[in-house]
Design a protein around this ligand. Structure first.
Ligand code: GUN
Ligand code: ZN
Length: 430
């Protein structure tokens, strides 16, 4: 059994600090011990250093902080090449940029090359797990799973289901995407660290028949996830009420078709009623909050106080390419700004929880990842506390942990990620 050890500052969350108080561990001179890809021990170097085997090498990172890998609960793999596209709101943005970009994924070469770039970019940003939208093409999900499998990542993805409301070349055929989804579930769901999500894009691009088919698939494979968008943008919400005049509200469209349960992730949820919050909470479904996307596309400010009041599960997504950064640090900083504009100051502990253990819980993978408790899979990042002259200067004199983590989340981004590990293997090094 190979034992490896990493010495640095170490920080991780043990529970939700909003509910459980100071549920974190921090070791100023810490040691992370990894055996066979799993965390064997975490603690102070002084205590744990003595317990190592004589043959164990210690990697010592001075001026670095080790923490769990980040978890992105909503991102689109075929939108890498339209990130930062100018102008207009959601429905036009989809028509002008997204749909043409996704059409290119008919080509298996585009799928493969983009999947490789996408997975590398996740790791370069310290993101070790994600819930990912493919395009409508089976080959897009296929290529993404293959690349994630290569890197041994814990990742959930799905091919998009859409059979109306977009150009014909990116719509599912007569069987509404059923056969391709079944093939992908059989091939990839539960294969090593991978999982499948049934992925109807959103209500406007699926006929009621396709939504019913998606619900039937979910009933047939109860163990798979469901991933879609909901209540992101006011024009979108109005459009859904016109398309589904018999539905009580947007959530009701998904509820009626058996798509809302404890394995459902609804991206955005910027504009939710109290009734929707209550029903989401009761179902165990969750909201992926995507602040860089919401301000970039002009969708609005998510309402964290409302989600907390109704005990709706939530964590962060980048929503590339509506979102403007792969970095969960940048996403946390944007979330802080959004909350400020709603009169709520998001603490560093709450934000880091949502970007790590909270995200893992949302995706049902917290028994495996999300923090550095012994027994968990060793997915972690090494952050450079001197990544830029300004960061070095600002962090140098901070004495208190919460202030340190707050400055990291506001100033940090991909430049701080010095190294990323997946199951104890280094998969990215700056
Ligand atoms: N709603 C439906 N599709 C999309 C998408 O690709 N991006 C975003 N941000 N919202 C959506
Ligand atoms: Zn999205």
């Amino acid at each position: 059994m190979v034992q490896k050890a990493y010495r640095a500052q170490i920080f991780h969350l043990l529970d939700d600090p909003y509910l459980a108080g100071d549920a974190f561990e921090y070791f100023k001179d810490g040691l992370l011990v990894v055996e066979d890809g799993h965390v064997k021990a975490v603690g102070s170097y002084r205590k744990l250093g003595k317990t190592l085997r004589a043959s164990t090498k210690i990697s010592h990172y001075k001026n670095h902080l080790i923490m769990p890998g980040f978890i992105d609960t909503h991102i689109h793999f075929p939108q890498v090449d339209i990130i930062g596209s100018y102008g207009r709101q959601l429905m036009d943005w989809l028509k002008d940029y997204t749909f043409p970009a996704e059409a290119a994924f008919k080509d298996p070469k585009v799928c493969k090359e983009t999947a490789r770039f996408f997975i590398k970019e996740l790791l370069r940003n310290g993101t070790t797990s994600a819930l990912v939208f493919g395009s409508v093409h089976e080959g897009s999900a296929e290529a993404l799973f293959a690349e994630a499998h290569n890197e041994n990542m814990r990742l959930i993805a799905g091919k998009v289901l859409m059979d109306r409301g977009a150009p014909a070349n990116i719509l599912d055929g007569k069987d509404m995407g059923r056969a391709a989804t079944k093939r992908l579930i059989k091939q990839w769901h539960g294969k090593d660290r991978l999982g499948y999500a049934i992925t109807p894009r959103f209500a406007p691009t699926s006929t009621p028949e396709q939504l019913a088919m998606a619900g039937m698939l979910k009933a047939q494979y109860p163990d798979v996830h469901v991933h879609t968008h909901m209540c992101e943008n006011k024009d979108e919400i109005k459009y859904v009420s016109e398309l589904f005049p018999d539905a009580a509200d947007y959530l009701d469209v998904y509820e009626k078709h058996g798509l809302v349960g404890d394995k459902t992730v609804l991206a955005h949820g910027v504009h939710l009623s109290a009734s929707m919050c209550k029903r989401i909470s009761a179902s165990g479904a969750a909201i992926s909050l995507c602040p860089t996307s919401n301000v970039f596309i002009g969708s609005g400010l998510f309402n964290l106080a409302q989600l907390r009041r109704h005990k709706v599960r939530h964590a962060f997504g980048t929503d590339i390419g509506g979102g403007t950064s792969f970095s969960l640090l940048t996403t946390m900083s944007a979330a802080y700004s959004v909350c400020q504009l709603r009169d709520l100051s998001l603490s560093s502990m709450d934000a880091f929880y949502m970007a790590t253990l909270g995200g893992a819980k949302l995706l049902g993978m917290d028994t495996y990842v999300g923090n550095l408790e012994p027994g968990k899979e060793a997915d972690f990042v090494v952050m450079d506390l001197k990544a830029t002259p300004l960061i070095a200067r600002r962090l140098k004199n901070i004495k208190r942990l919460k202030a340190l983590m707050f400055a990291i989340m506001i100033l940090g981004d991909d430049r701080m990620i010095a190294e990323t590990f997946v199951m104890g293997t280094s998969v990215y090094k700056q």
